[in-house]
Design a binder for this molecule. Structure first.
Ligand code: NI
Length: 174
């Protein structure tokens, strides 16, 4: 808990997932939209415009970042399922978070987007065969990544950002 950037710790890749770990990742991804919505519930505009840590994104930027990130991940999953180890296009998440709409738009727009996106994503993920879990895309800087590892990463990613919100609320007594 000493580093406010990583309230649940950094993502650690533990290798191939067991059936139970896969199931836990799917449950996390399924529940991320509701958890984020609950974490952000009842906050004023002023509270939403508060950085979750000194020098960090505001809660509003964070609410818009999660679907930005997960839309990219969803598309990477689809590319890996339909092409042979395709090279994906990274994006500059810090610059996306600085675009005007990412700083000012109502969070409900992104919460609704996340609800819908994760419903669609789960429909895809629930149908994956064992062979499909092992399919890969190639990140130009990070190298090959399997769907399995990508799903584990984004299960962590949702919990990571929800914890930014809940830890700020706890600290501020909100
Ligand atoms: Ni993130």
């Amino acid at each position: 808990m000493s580093d406010p950037r990583y309230p649940i710790g950094k993502f650690s890749n533990t290798g191939p997932l067991t059936a139970e770990q896969k199931q836990q990742c799917l449950t996390d991804i399924e529940q991320t939209p509701a958890r984020l919505r609950a974490a952000l519930g009842g906050l004023s505009d002023q509270q939403l415009n508060t950085p979750y840590r000194d020098g960090g994104w505001t809660l509003r930027q964070l609410a818009h970042h999660v679907p930005d990130s997960h839309m990219n991940s969803y598309i990477r999953c689809k590319l890996a399922l339909t092409e042979d180890a395709p090279t994906i296009k990274p994006y500059m998440e810090d610059l996306w978070a600085e675009l005007p709409e990412a700083k000012h738009a109502p969070i409900e727009v992104s919460l609704a987007l996340l609800d819908s996106l994760h419903q669609r994503w789960m429909l895809m993920l629930r149908e994956l065969t064992d062979a499909e879990w092992k399919r890969t895309f190639r990140h130009p800087e990070l190298g090959p990544m399997s769907l399995e590892k990508n799903v584990a990463l984004y299960a962590w990613h949702g919990r990571h950002h929800v914890a930014h919100v809940t830890s700020l609320r706890e600290k501020m007594g909100w």
